[in-house]
Design a protein around this ligand. Sequence first.
Ligand SMILES: Nc1ncnc2c1ncn2[C@@H]1O[C@H](COP(=O)(O)OP(=O)(O)OP(=O)(O)O)[C@@H](O)[C@H]1O
Length: 568
Amino acid sequence: MPIQLTGVSYRYGQSPALRDIHLVIPEGGLTVLCGVTGSGKSTLLRLLSGLEQPTSGSIDYSHADSSASVSIVFQQPESQLFAGSVRKDVEYGLEQQAVPEPRRSEAADRAMRQAGLDPEQYGQRSPFLLSGGEKRRVCIAGAIAPLPRLLLLDEPTAGLDPPAARALLETAAELKRGGYTIVVATHDLDCFFPLADQVAVLAQGALRYSGPPDGLWKGARVLEDAGLEPPAYIRIGRMLMRQGGLDALPSGAGELLAELDPRSLVYPGSGAGPAAAGGERPSAASLSSTAGGAATDAITAADTDTDSADGSGSAKRQAGLVLRTLDPRVKWLAMALWSLVLLGMKSILPLALTTVLVAVLLACGGITRKRAVWFYRPFLPMFLFLWLLSAFSWSGADGAASFAFSSEGALTGGLAVLRLGLLVSLGFLFTETTSGAPLREGLEWAIAPLGRLGVRTRNWSLAVSVTLQFIPWILGKISALQLALASRGSRKRGLARWTPRQISLMAVPLLLQVIGMGDELSTAIEARGYDPSKPRTPWLVLSWRRKDTAALLLVLLAAALLWWVSGV
Ligand SMILES: Nc1ncnc2c1ncn2[C@@H]1O[C@H](COP(=O)(O)OP(=O)(O)OP(=O)(O)O)[C@@H](O)[C@H]1O
């Protein structure tokens, strides 16, 4: 049964990424999803994989357990590998399906061979020490090992050299012959069009065409209007048809070469060629009525944005803009002062007031609920653990062990955890509303007085700003690794996703990525001739405005008020 998308739309926060997609993906065929950068291809793949849910509309897979039978291979294979050996990585999805040992090993061997990897040669190797093309093959092997009903490949040939790309194409053709339903998001039309049973063209999140590839050449210039170029064999074919050298457009580079072989190529203007009349370029008007039967006409009317900003939305956006454009020195002062006041808070009232203040600022800072959940989720088990630790007491005195709940401990521990959570939230608010350059300039200003005492403050500020930039980067990497686990059949959500096994699986690749990033960063700093003893050109000249003075007064007022309340 085909997969049916009905009126599927998706938004990242306020920005629409996909609009009202109606598409049928034929079973057992290869669908090519094309469009310029940012047109929504990866988003559509993530919706098809079940990793994200459409904001509106529905996807009907026509089989009971849809999520277990879809596998996705992301654009960057590095982010999808996590196990210690290629074999373990490929077997992960099978393990999730509780496939018993001898069958698991056989299935992994078969998948590796199908993906063009010799199990003997690659099985025990570390997936992190392979070339880009090999990594992608490991990802494909891992994705096909559980025999998914639907295989999604995001830019599978990106970054590969021509032989690696050709080998990957052969793998895709082999999988197609094996009956897999495949959707490939790609810019590489030359490679994938000849394999495609269906093409879907996306532009600005809307579907402009879906149907057989040759339908694209009969109708209006859909590809060109979507900002794409037809594959080279079509461009050459059109040129030759205009010169009368071809009767019909070829269906691939191979067919074009086969057609050309027995003919002599004639240059235009040589006078020796056949009349161009037979191969005259058909006008768009004459052909638009003959577009392929299954082809869907372009969706022309641009969607009107249904969520036009209401009053409260625009006020929030305005507040977010003010927070983001505030002088970073105000933010550094606010963070330092409020953190100090927070550390002195011992009772519920001031902590509750600070919680309200931070929550309001987070909401005004334009930080979406999804982003906040993404940030806080890793901290929740730790906070819960710390709180439980303080709420229960254990004593082994007098030979009799006792384990008791202490309400006093629970309250004190709860307040301490809340304090910690608020400190983390201040950091989150600060880094979310301040980009790299102002953050670093503000920090350098804050610690400049120490420079007069002989402290090498530039090294400090560089280290702190890099560390602060690292936090969102590391959280992003954790999310990517979680997605990698989810894409192979482990789709637990919420706290259940953070099992010790999941954490142990993520630890090694995360560490490797952090080390790799640190290495690249230090090389980049060195390559730019960084010398802490030399005066430097500031990245940004800070300028103090009236609104910064007003914000500073509010910061001081809030700090004084909270300090007073904590002392009452
Ligand atoms: N995590 C995100 N948060 C906010 N917006 C996003 C996010 N991911 C993608 N977008 C936006 O959604 C739109 C579609 O992005 P998507 O990654 O699906 O495009 P794409 O066609 O796959 O691009 P590419 O060919 O460059 O991979 C873009 O405008 C992009 O900026």
